[in-house]
Design a protein around this ligand. Structure first.
Ligand SMILES: Nc1nc2c(c(=O)[nH]1)N[C@H]1C(S)=C(S)[C@@H](COP(=O)(O)O)O[C@H]1N2
Ligand SMILES: [Mo]
Length: 312
């Protein structure tokens, strides 16, 4: 269905001018896929129901035709996986169409003391999302559309959650069937039971996409570019360092919104030899940490580096 509130068009300057940087809006076919499903669940849209229950004033059940008849909103949101290593590609940006989760939760009426919503998939996967994040004014969606198409089966058809600012494992339940309003003290989600953190706010991250690791380039001006993200906070700066030189400000591409990644570019006066390029981003809270951490339990940190050979 058409959106009651359309997303603003993507600014022409949102795409990094450096050739080879990823598309600023990720096509559905190129969008990463992460889930525990060995076989993609097939959910019948005719019998699909979403049940909202638990610590609520009244239970609500929604059928798909009822959801589609609501005032749906469109928003560009970048989704990232907690398992994404520094420099990795388990991250993507799409135009999502859906019903704000808030609208449904307000109908159910969360009871005092509740602090979490446990979302469950048709295949039993669960995610624990802080209740306040689903009630504030961000575009946390029960998404039915992705880049103008119905949600692809692999991305959760007919309905999934998308929540700006949180890693997928605590928010982006695909093949969604159930929302239980509860407390972190009472319920534990799929990955939390396996050693991952109960809460998963995204960490500020950046990567160099051009030149690629191990690239051989000609001396002189070399276009360097990539992507940075700090969903729901926004990227305010990106800096590049060559070897042990000074950090230099990159040019930021236009922002789609604070809920999406932001591309950048920088021109390197490359001199012959082997060099290391390094990137770091800033959000309104400060500069991305250079301390290296593994993906477990709540997401990798550290600055992305690529080694490049410059031929004279
Ligand atoms: N049902 C279900 N939903 C899920 C998952 C899952 O394993 N099962 N994985 C989550 C994780 S870890 C991520 S990062 C996102 C990935 O969404 P995508 O496959 O559409 O990119 O889905 C989330 N939703
Ligand atoms: Mo993930």
């Amino acid at each position: 269905p058409p959106a009651a509130r359309r997303a603003a068009p993507v600014p022409a300057g949102a795409q990094s001018p450096v050739p080879g940087v990823v598309d600023v809006v990720t096509g559905n076919g190129a969008f990463y896929r992460i889930d525990t499903a060995l076989v993609v669940p097939q959910v019948d849209p005719a019998t699909w129901r979403l049940r909202v229950h638990g610590m609520v004033e009244r239970e609500v059940t929604l059928a798909l035709d009822e959801l589609l008849a609501e005032d749906l909103v469109e928003a560009h949101v970048t989704l990232a996986c907690v398992s994404n290593p520094v420099g990795g590609d388990l991250v993507g940006t799409a135009l999502w169409l859906g019903l704000p989760v808030r609208a449904l939760l307000e109908r159910a009426g969360p009871l005092p003391g509740a602090d979490m919503v446990l979302s469950t998939s048709a295949d039993g996967f669960t995610a624990s999302t802080p209740l306040p994040v689903l009630l504030d004014d961000r575009d946390a969606l029960l998404a039915v559309g992705m880049n103008g198409d119905p949600l692809p089966a692999a991305h959760g058809f007919p309905v999934r959650m998308v929540v700006p600012g949180l890693f997928g494992y605590v928010s982006a339940t695909k093949w969604l069937t159930d929302l239980e309003v509860t407390r972190f003290a009472d319920r534990e989600a799929y990955w939390t039971a396996r050693g991952w953190s109960a809460e998963g706010p995204v960490k500020t991250a950046s990567r160099i996409e051009v030149p690629r690791r191990g690239a051989v380039v000609a001396a002189g001006d070399v276009g360097v570019g990539g992507t940075a993200w700090a969903q729901h906070r926004g990227i305010t700066g990106v800096e590049v360092q060559v070897d042990d030189g000074p950090w230099e400000a990159a040019t930021l591409a236009d922002e789609i919104s604070v809920d999406t990644w932001r591309q950048w570019s920088w021109t390197w006066a490359a001199e012959p030899g082997r060099h290391v390029l390094r990137v770091r981003a800033a959000d309104p809270d400060g500069v991305q940490t250079g301390r290296r951490a593994d993906v477990v339990p709540d997401g990798a940190t550290g600055w992305h580096e690529v080694d490049v050979e410059v031929r004279g």
